[in-house]
Design a protein around this ligand. Structure first.
Ligand code: ATP
Ligand code: MG
Length: 143
């Protein structure tokens, strides 16, 4: 079910969009981000972190060498990136997603690699670059 479709025209607009989206999240919520390289997944996570009150000096970048980064805000944010997993659907079992959801919010880049292994319900946000600086966000609630 599509909840909303929004287009942003700059990185800052995407951060503002994610900041607003963060306000509807609670502990135990999982946000699955999909979209090609450079579509804006990490930028969106940066906005989520800001919306959750993570201190600005904790700059969100891609979890390159670790699979998961943790940010302390009003609600703890776990930032997962599945890009480097070969068999994400199998390996995600060992990540301890359920434990993370017990005490925080989980946002996952390259979530499509996890197939059906994500705990439902979750938010799915597909990011589609429509131009150099425009991005379409399709937000769905997967039950
Ligand atoms: N409207 C927009 N929203 C978000 N990012 C934008 C927008 N327009 C341009 N950009 C640029 O697109 C890039 C998005 O990079 P980002 O690292 O967030 O992508 P990503 O999806 O996380 O990529 P990867 O798959 O490598 O992790 C940035 O360089 C950003 O400045
Ligand atoms: Mg990224």
């Amino acid at each position: 079910m599509i909840v909303e479709e929004i287009t942003t025209t700059s990185q800052d607009e995407t951060i503002a969009l994610a900041e607003r989206f963060a306000k509807r999240l609670n502990q135990g919520d999982c946000v699955a981000l999909t979209g090609q390289l450079g579509s804006g997944k990490t930028v969106f996570v940066r906005g989520l972190a800001r919306g959750l009150g993570v201190a600005d000096d904790r700059i969100v970048c891609s979890p390159t060498f670790v699979l998961v980064r943790q940010y302390e805000g009003k609600i703890r944010l776990y930032h997962v990136d599945l890009y480097r997993l070969n068999d994400a659907a199998a390996e995600i079992e060992h990540l301890g997603l359920e434990e993370m959801l017990d005490d925080g919010i989980v946002v996952i880049e390259w979530a499509d690699k996890a197939d059906d292994a994500l705990p439902k319900p979750y938010w799915q946000i597909e990011i589609i670059p429509t131009d150099l600086t425009t991005r379409k966000f399709i937000v769905k609630r997967i039950e």
